[in-house]
Design a protein around this ligand. Sequence first.
Ligand code: CA2
Length: 144
Amino acid sequence: MTFLILNGPNLNLLGERDPKTYGVQALSDIEDLLKKAYPDIDFIFVQSNHEGDLVDAIQSARIGTVNAIIANWGGFTHTSVAIHDALELVDIPKVEVHISNIHAREEFRERSITGRAMDGIITGFGVNSYLLGVDAALKMLSDN
Ligand code: CA2
């Protein structure tokens, strides 16, 4: 089983500042947590600050080698029609995750454009959002 874990802009800097909102763990720590928690899943980790790279990564999941997408689109969550449209072309479980609770912050974070094309959104559980995202995708796969 192969899961694609996508992270959007600025998430490469996790752990370097704003620990109150985003915790102290680096993105590499989150990747280690996932690998430890799910040793039987092959993870492909992609982080990019560029919208087109993320669209390319989503399209790569269309060739049938990826079983699920777990994604934190970062700031693109609230702006990206291109990511939304790419997601609509991929028919596998897709779970959006956020470290912070996007509904408890500034109003502009309330709306998730990308979330409309995902199966669901997990938001506000710190780095555990990623683990819960994988759980949700596994549940979807076992239900099908
Ligand atoms: O809570 C989340 O996971 C977010 O997706 C994080 C995005 C933000 O734009 C979303 O509204 C919610 C921002 C990522 C910023 O990454 C940082 C990295 C290091 C230090 C501070 C922020």
